[in-house]
Design a protein around this ligand. Structure first.
Ligand code: SAM
Ligand code: DTB
Ligand code: SF4
Length: 314
């Protein structure tokens, strides 16, 4: 197991050394030109009972996000086909739930997963807390990965969310692992945490067995109406250091440069890809917040000489 001291030593290496190590490990395990494109769809937006202080969808804050009912399987199918045509290989479905519902809504989500798999896409869902039984049923439906973020360090967590415990997150992750589904688990930078908190989050991820298959690194998208609307932006060099450290600690994982790319320069994103980020969300919106336009991403990929984005721009 990697200790916090070891993680800190890596993170604090001189920048060129850190980047070189991350690049070497990246190349040993991946084609560095292969950046996974994930499409993201909110299948049930807003009205969430949790009080996550960063979230546009929490019912505790007045963010102007109108709650919607659960989407139909037909609509999900249409969106997934469109995403596939634009070069997505993974389709991610998000629901603003505290825990996954039983009965008809859950059956519908299972059907959505089957449909996404039928289209030949990887399927990932994020539905809040899951029971062991629900995890098994998702596995049977063909689910590729379950996204459940730890968000921040255990000690900073209560400052961000008061309606659930870190250990409840851990328990859902265990249920997912037990069902044989890959875990997608990461966090958010810019929640008022310090460097140590970020490294502690990486240590929590490193203690998972098996390690996460993918690690989303989100930068806070500040949402007007939430307690974190005025949070300071993440320092770009700190972001690159964290991506590089994650790459070194998790050689095989997809490190996903997730929310917040709309406020990043192309140069910063390019540095993140050098440091080992090899997955993005693409499409004009994330769940509720803006993402770079498909056109801007296609252009960036073309300029970086990264393959296969041409279909998206035509
Ligand atoms: N309700 C489920 C849950 O919380 O697990 C699934 C949906 S939730 C929106 C998925 C993840 O999106 C959160 O765990 C958080 O890491 C990320 N997220 C939400 N709002 C964000 C924001 N404003 N900026 C960056 N990341 C955000
Ligand atoms: C993840 O780590 N980031 C995505 C996905 N998993 C579900 C969500 C980002 C949400 C950004 C805020 C919004 O769109 O409301
Ligand atoms: Fe609800 Fe998820 Fe948003 Fe928290 S992050 S308020 S659980 S939708």
């Amino acid at each position: 197991m990697t200790t916090l001291d070891e993680i800190r030593t890596i993170y604090q290496l001189p920048f060129p050394e850190l980047l070189w190590r991350a690049m070497s490990i990246h190349r040993a395990h991946h084609d560095p030109a292969d950046i996974q494109r994930c499409a993201l769809l909110s299948i049930k937006t807003g009205g969430c009972p949790e009080d996550c202080r960063y979230c546009a969808q929490s019912a505790h804050y007045d963010t102007g996000v109108a709650p919607t009912p659960l989407m139909t399987v037909e609509e999900v199918s249409r969106r997934a086909q469109r995403a596939k045509e634009r070069g997505a290989t993974r389709f991610c479905l998000g629901a603003a739930w505290r825990e996954s519902k039983e009965g008809a809504p859950f059956e519908r989500v299972l059907e959505m997963v089957r449909e996404v798999r039928r289209l030949g896409l990887e399927a990932c869902v994020t539905l809040g807390m899951l029971t062991e039984e629900q995890a098994h049923r998702l596995k049977e439906a063909g689910l590729t990965a379950y996204n459940h973020n730890l968000d921040t360090s255990r000690r900073h967590y209560p400052n961000i969310i008061s309606t659930r415990l870190y250990d409840e997150r851990m328990q859902t992750i265990r249920h997912v692992q037990k069902a044989g589904i890959a875990v997608c688990c990461g966090g958010i930078l810019g929640l008022g945490e310090n460097e140590e908190d970020r490294l502690m989050l990486l240590a929590e991820l490193a203690a998972l067995d098996p390690p996460p298959e993918s690690i989303p690194i989100n930068c806070l998208v500040p949402i007007p109406g939430t307690p974190l609307e005025q949070a300071a932006p993440v320092d770009p060099i700190e972001l690159v250091r964290l991506v590089a450290t994650a790459r070194i600690l998790f050689p095989r994982a997809r490190v996903r440069l997730s929310a917040g790319r709309d406020r990043m320069s192309r140069e910063l994103q390019a540095l993140c890809f050098l440091a080992g980020a090899n997955s993005i969300f693409f499409g004009d919106t994330l769940l509720t917040a803006p993402n770079p336009s498909e056109h801007a991403d296609a252009e960036m990929f073309r300029d970086l000489g990264l393959p296969d984005f041409s279909a998206a721009s035509s």
